[in-house]
Write a new protein. Structure first.
Length: 447
């Protein structure tokens, strides 16, 4: 009899927890960052009187009603109130943000989504946004799609120096698209414009192929000689990158072919208006063409380690560099031979330093050159170098601009950073603990 009574009591308690889980805020817990849920937490949002309103509730297997999520017990007025609730959740918890499971709910603007995502990453929370639309950040500086290789032998055709490298395809929020064509040894960089309708169709095609459900990495051992290629897409509600070195779904290769053909845009040869030129004294080469010292307005000796140029200087260097990106570019100037290099801000994969006229303070605040514009934390190394943890990885400030550090994508998001006496860095990531050297491309993973 006692056993039957005990089982009945437990059943009643379980049912009560299931049907009342929506009516208790996670705030009010005895300790911030300690609240857990076996089924995660559900986040809903909608607008009321011009303000975004949220509801964060314990996850269950049943659908919620409008009355439940809008009740005073769970209603959160404004972004600050939501952050206070999220701060109560234990690191590692999942938050599922949906816009279609309850009538009249919707996702807010891109900047609000970005702020919530950054806050969750900072708190160690996993935010999954469940939306089927194709919204994106429409600003001209927002890189929405990129097909590229992040390695020093960058690109399908390779490169003599990674600073030569311009990604195969780049699409920005305003529909501007750039792609490269290989014509023998020569590289052509084309530029075009996608209409809003074409952007929507392109992103819808990505969704329809199942891109968001693909694995993060595909690889066929020994099957390919070219570097692995990466397709990165940033929707308003979610970002994803797929690395391919053979063995990816057919849809991946169909998308890559479509993108590298300009995605339906009419292309014209890209002509940069400004570039960062560097010139290093090199070996004596009999076939080095002469630099236009008389008309360029600057000699290569004056360029030195680097200088921003435009006009004839940039046009001449840009033409030479594209003749064969897989080989060094030698030029003769003032009786000497130089190896020259041109990087185009906002176009080259490896960003050049900021303009000499930019202040260090502005450079730090802008975050230009970091893996992501979402800076999660800053730290100063023992040698005085400023480091940044971002939503896309880590980077350091060189004194003139930010520099990204390449990490193994399998490490996942970086959560914490600590400096060792030998100058190396320990990283706490979502994929484990990593020990890296402060030079790009040298990382060792530890478990």
């Amino acid at each position: 009899m006692r056993t039957s009574t005990l089982l009945s009591t437990m059943l009643v308690l379980a049912l009560a927890m299931t049907f009342t889980g929506c009516k208790s805020k996670v705030a009010g817990s005895p300790e911030a960052g300690s609240v857990k849920s076996m089924k995660g937490f559900e986040l809903y949002s909608w607008q009321a009187e011009g303000e975004w309103v949220f509801a964060l509730v314990v996850g269950t297997n049943r659908l919620k009603t409008v009355e439940e999520i809008a009740s005073p017990e769970v209603r959160l007025n404004g972004l600050d109130a939501l952050k206070r609730e999220l701060a109560q959740l234990a690191p590692g918890e999942w938050v599922f943000w949906s816009e279609d499971r309850v009538p009249n709910t919707a996702l807010p603007a891109v900047d609000v989504i970005r702020e919530v995502r950054a806050f969750c990453e900072q708190r160690g929370l996993h935010l999954e946004i469940q939306a089927g639309d194709v919204r994106w950040d429409p600003s001209p500086t927002a890189l929405v799609i990129r097909y590229y290789s992040p390695y020093t032998t960058a690109g399908l055709a390779g490169a003599f120096d990674r600073r030569y490298y311009i990604p195969e395809v780049q699409v920005w929020g305003d529909g501007r698209i750039m792609w490269t064509l290989q014509e023998g040894a020569r590289r052509r960089v084309l530029e075009g414009q996608l209409t809003t309708g074409r952007m929507e169709a392109l992103l819808q095609r990505l969704l329809d192929t199942g891109f968001l459900d693909w694995a993060d990495e595909y690889q066929t051992l020994g099957g390919n000689s070219y570097p692995s290629m990466h397709l990165s897409v940033r929707f308003a509600h979610r970002s994803k990158e797929v690395s391919e070195h053979g063995g990816a779904p057919d849809g991946y290769y169909e998308l890559a072919e479509f993108l590298t053909g300009g995605a339906g845009a009419t292309g014209h040869d890209y002509v940069p208006a400004r570039g960062y030129l560097s010139a290093v004294p090199g070996p004596i080469e009999a076939h080095a063409p002469p630099w236009p010292d008389g008309t360029a307005g600057i000699t290569l000796d004056e360029v030195g380690d680097g200088r921003y140029v435009d006009g004839e200087s940039l046009a001449f260097a840009w033409q030479l560099m594209n003749e064969n990106p897989k080989a060094p570019v030698y030029v003769r100037s003032g009786g000497r031979v130089y190896t020259i290099m041109v990087q185009i801000p906002g176009v080259s994969y490896f960003e050049p330093p900021l303009s000499e006229s930019s202040s260090i303070r502005d450079s730090i605040a802008e975050g230009y050159g970091l893996p992501s514009d979402q800076i999660i934390d800053l730290a100063v190394a023992p040698d005085g170098v400023l480091w940044a943890i971002t939503a896309g990885g880590i980077g350091y400030f060189s004194g003139r601009g930010w520099k990204s550090v390449e990490l193994d994508h399998s490490l996942g998001a970086v959560k914490a950073m600590a400096f060792a006496p030998d100058g190396s860095i320990w990283l706490g990531t979502s994929g484990g603990v990593a020990h890296v050297q402060p030079q790009p491309g040298t990382n060792r993973r530890h478990t």
